[in-house]
Ligand binder design. Structure first.
Ligand SMILES: N[C@@H](CCC[C@H](N)C(=O)O)C(=O)O
Length: 359
């Protein structure tokens, strides 16, 4: 008996409105103490029809009926990506508890022994009057407050799961407060990411504030080098750097992310660890960025990171409020709007495949 099934999918395809129970639902993520994934084949029955060499006839199922499968003992999921930042999306609308544990998420994210992803995202029932709740586990099993590329994938997944009756926008409760995505006519998703948080203690960072309670272009010694850093939270913490002491504009392709990234992430001045963005200014409306993500390492893109980067670029005087941010996986369009102080992010989100695993 086939115990796993999968179908192919197209390869293309007002102030920060903090909600009451956010802090209890989304405590600051901690450094993962999870064991490394065992080096054994975890999912012998996992099969992707799109890539299968099996001589069995592929199970023909439409994506709509696949998404509504509910057999017990199986985990049905969709794999999505937002400019290369990839996620396993799980329909968790029937329960407020994520269907997989952080430990299981680590296994699922493993690129050799699992499905492979930067994180696992759950579509949970809304609370406090919102339509949905989004929770996410990083690939190291820690739980961040928010994920920008992930929320665009969430929006596309929900619009496949639900008949939204012509609505293109809905409300999502996250650890960063209320987030509102809108699926656009061209398939891109525009997200109201709320207000950036600049107060040093709330980012959080122990670097002393130097401008209106914020940390802007402060000196930080990492690995014996003085970096100029600005700290911004988009619900999750970001440390953004445009230059080192003695050099003007960073050439981001020359940064050794794997070496320097962890040193920023675990620096003592970041009590909740940090995501770090290394940014090159191409023009006042065009930035190039590489990221080392807390709990996930070097990824091809980071949506909250791109938003935090534009905020930092404006604060440091490098850029205007509306910028294109080039990331290794593609561009994102970001606007930090003066009228409402909200950051808006626009970009794609695409399904890669659907799959099932025995639990
Ligand atoms: N890639 C995400 C951010 C995911 C969370 C991050 N690793 C953290 O721990 O804060 C994005 O697109 O924003």
């Amino acid at each position: 008996m086939a115990i796993a099934a999968a179908i192919s999918a197209p390869l293309t395809s007002p102030t920060r409105r903090t909600l009451a129970s956010v802090n209890t639902l989304f405590p600051h993520s901690h450094r993962s103490t999870l064991p490394s994934p065992q080096r054994t084949l975890k999912y012998p029955n996992y099969r992707l029809v799109a890539a299968s060499m099996s001589t069995d006839a592929p199970v023909k199922t439409s994506s709509a009926s696949f998404l509504h499968r509910r057999e017990t003992g199986f985990l049905h999921f969709a794999k999505y990506h937002g400019i290369g930042n990839d996620f396993i999306l799980i329909d968790n609308r029937d329960s407020s508890e994520p269907r997989v544990s952080p430990e299981k998420a680590v296994q699922l994210c493993d690129r050799n022994f699992g499905v492979g992803a930067d994180g696992v995202i759950f579509v949970l029932p809304g609370i406090d009057g919102t339509d949905y709740t989004m929770r996410i586990f990083n690939s190291d099993g820690s739980e961040p407050e928010m994920c920008g590329n992930g929320v665009r994938c969430f929006a596309k997944f929900v619009s496949q799961l639900e008949n939204l009756h012509g609505r293109h926008s809905f409300t999502i409760h996250t650890g960063a407060g209320l987030i509102i995505p809108e699926v656009l006519e061209d398939g891109n998703v525009r997200v109201d990411m709320g207000e950036p948080i600049l107060k040093a203690s709330e980012v959080p960072t122990k670097i002393p504030a130097n401008k209106d309670n914020a940390v802007v272009k402060s000196k930080l010694v990492v690995d014996g080098v003085i970096w100029h850093v600005t700290c911004v939270s988009m619900g999750n913490p970001h440390c953004i750097t445009f230059s080192r002491e003695g050099s003007q504009n960073l050439l981001v392709d020359e940064v050794n992310l794997a070496e320097i990234g962890p040193k920023f992430e675990h620096h003592e001045v970041f009590p909740a660890r940090t995501n770090t963005e290394f940014v090159q200014v191409l023009s006042s409306s065009h930035l190039k960025m590489r990221v080392w993500e807390r709990g996930a390492g070097a990824t091809l893109a980071c949506g909250t990171g791109a938003c935090a980067t534009v905020v930092a670029a404006v604060l440091e005087g490098h850029a205007e409020r509306k910028c294109t941010v080039d990331l290794p996986g593609g561009p994102l369009h970001i606007e930090w709007r003066e009228e409402d102080n909200h950051v808006y992010m626009t970009g794609p989100a695409d399904v890669v495949f659907y799959g099932s695993l025995p639990l």
